[in-house]
Design a protein around this ligand. Sequence first.
Ligand SMILES: Cc1cc2nc3c(=O)[nH]c(=O)nc-3n(C[C@H](O)[C@H](O)[C@H](O)COP(=O)(O)OP(=O)(O)OC[C@H]3O[C@@H](n4cnc5c(N)ncnc54)[C@H](O)[C@@H]3O)c2cc1C
Length: 388
Amino acid sequence: MQRRTFLSRGGAAVAAVSPVGLAWADAGPSVSAPWAPPRALAPVRAVADRLIDISVCTRPFRPQGPRIEAERRGGKTIVHNYGHGGSGWSLSWGSAQFALPMVLATREKQVAVVGCGAIGLTMARVAQRAGLRVKIYAKDRPPEVRSSAATGVWSPDSRISTEEHATAEFVQRWEWMARASFKTYQSLLGLTGDPVEWHDGYVLSDLPFDQPLPPPPIEDIEPDYPDLESRIRELWPRSVPLRAHEHPFRVPHVRRYTQMVYNLSVYSRLLYDDFLREGGEIEHREFEHPRQFAGLRERTIVNATGYGARALFGDASIVPVRGQTARLIPQPEVNYNLIYRGHNLVMVSRRDGVLVQAMGERDFGNESVEPDRALSEAAVQRLAQLFS
Ligand SMILES: Cc1cc2nc3c(=O)[nH]c(=O)nc-3n(C[C@H](O)[C@H](O)[C@H](O)COP(=O)(O)OP(=O)(O)OC[C@H]3O[C@@H](n4cnc5c(N)ncnc54)[C@H](O)[C@@H]3O)c2cc1C
């Protein structure tokens, strides 16, 4: 275990959502934003009694990256697609497209998908689009799945592998999946309810962006993660530094970035409804052992159980990384995101609420999904200070 270099790069909160494309640390010559009058940004009504939901989820992190491979077991083909760390939503389309040839190679026309989170639902849609009949088996479905507690931003490189496991082959596969996902997400813009949209965001910092933050407490240490962002940086606008008259914040260092946001309630509903409309079936089912797959009528089964694969398949390499998100009552007029570097604060304005994320202590390896209200209330308080 080494110090979390990402903490010094961007702050804990930044790493939590991995807003790729910010690139403040290596922005090169200081390209200033074109002159613009101070942005009149609607303030967030950041008070704890407006909190309407607090959700906790464990990122299914595997140091070696997601497991996407086929195996034969008990006369069935199991195509594994799990272990996407903090990048499950972002990589979901690419990951499913990567797994699809393994499914098609079995020549089965009916397939089962076990799991109904970001990965299972998207896998089911990709298989349907390839002409297959799909049945989902899962013990939970949205909004009860862990995926529903995510922040909901494009973060394909967030806790996706450790640096030491980022071989050339891994990086090439990751880049392929990230590009394929990004492409699909652009086709989901402009739909009713805005399942996917782009927002401006502001990174605020008390220290210059090239100055590292103090190291985290020893108990918050995480492994070093690879720098993957540079592989796909041309996909979206780069962040730009703003001068004092170009933003409304009383913080000395501010950069504006642009970020893809997933409105998870409506987006999950879209995936789910499309799945049913195209003939998909869903059955409530909990498996205690893969032996129970023998009872399924399908002979090809995609395992998209996320963190559940740790118990179901005995995959002890999956590390839980706890994360908590809270939502304030929606404010449609707040159409931007915020990151306060070094203050463990991320805000994403989604259609289903103003999402406030704060990291707790000892999130890495922590499998507790008990909400900690005090943590979210403290984050809301820090947010309020930005508008006072
Ligand atoms: C706080 C936080 C913020 C995040 N933010 C982002 C973000 O902004 N962008 C991003 O891309 N990613 C983000 N992530 C990561 C993302 O949420 C995960 O990578 C993703 O949810 C994993 O999806 P999944 O479908 O594999 O797992 P899950 O959502 O856990 O789904 C697993 C499915 O399998 C089923 N299942 C499990 N075990 C069994 C069993 N034994 N029998 C039957 N069914 C079973 C479950 O019921 C469920 O339906 C975030 C994570 C956290 C914690």
